[in-house]
Design a binder for this molecule. Structure first.
Ligand SMILES: C[S@@+](CC[C@H](N)C(=O)[O-])C[C@H]1O[C@@H](n2cnc3c(N)ncnc32)[C@H](O)[C@@H]1O
Length: 245
């Protein structure tokens, strides 16, 4: 068994100066996050993360960035025997929920949780076999810096898997889908007094680089990028990249 203390960390944590506002946003929505995710996605959000875990075969040491309540790390720990995962996230409220979930699901010995930002990962170069982030890269202040950090802490040939929302290619469906999420996310959020927070989450989807543009960003961060995998009618995409040798 790997212990968190055995994983090489920078002796002096570099502090990312511009701490993102999203940290406090996610602290505020943490309590209802899993519940609303299931409602908005009609329960298929788990299958998206499951697909991500299938795309990255049996890593020994995985880093899940923007781990939130730990769903992706849990999927890997359950699916791949011998996989030890670290979940990192700046939101302590999210990590507290993750901690409770790990104990409930009985995988707490296979997952460690760390507070931190994607833009400044507190690990030494080449530490991890694989890195994932689900619905997280869009919320970082600087996605390119985050991708470069992912590349830095991956071992040579290691895999990065990024799951993110997208606007569907089909214009008619894109219009219907965007109307659905533009109306439903803030409405459900308002039941918990969090309308603005959910408004931000929806508005950030079309603004974020997608498909070819995001693949280019990954290439800029020194990844060899596979063709993106689209599913649920192009509303969700998995990007896979390998650290160049
Ligand atoms: C939409 S949630 C995704 C959580 C989880 N990955 C999932 O699949 O449900 C986004 C997460 O990104 C985290 N986050 C926000 N800014 C971040 C940053 N700069 N670096 C790393 N994580 C960040 C938030 O705290 C939040 O937990």
């Amino acid at each position: 068994m790997i212990l968190l203390a055995q994983i090489p960390v920078h002796s002096r944590l570099r502090r990312y100066k511009e701490m993102p506002e999203t940290k406090s946003l996610f602290n505020r929505v943490a309590g209802h996050y899993d519940f609303l995710n299931t409602i908005f996605s009609f329960g298929i959000d788990k299958s998206w993360r499951n697909r991500l875990a299938l795309e990255i075969c049996s890593p020994k040491l995985l880093l899940d960035i923007a781990t939130g309540t730990g769903e992706v790390a849990i999927q890997f720990a359950k699916k791949w025997n011998g996989c030890y995962a670290i979940g990192i996230d700046p939101s302590r409220e999210m990590l507290d929920l993750a901690h409770t979930k790990l104990e409930k699901t009985g995988v707490n010995e296979k997952i460690g949780l760390v507070v931190g930002f994607a833009e400044s990962l507190p690990f030494k170069d080449g530490t991890f076999d694989a890195i994932t982030t689900a619905f997280g890269i869009r919320n970082t202040v600087d996605p390119l810096t985050s991708l470069k950090e992912m590349n830095r802490v991956l071992r040579q040939g290691g895999t990065a898997g990024i799951l993110e929302f997208a606007v569907p290619r089909n214009r008619v469906f894109a219009h219907l889908y965007m109307s659905y999420i533009r109306n439903m996310f803030p409405l459900f959020g308002s039941f918990f007094g969090k309308r603005n927070e959910y408004q931000y989450l929806v508005d950030s989807i079309p603004k974020f680089p997608q498909r070819e543009r995001f693949s280019k960003l990954m290439e800029e961060a020194a990844f060899t990028v596979k063709k993106p995998i689209e599913f649920t009618m192009g509303t969700v995409i998995i990007y896979i990249g390998f650290k160049k040798d």
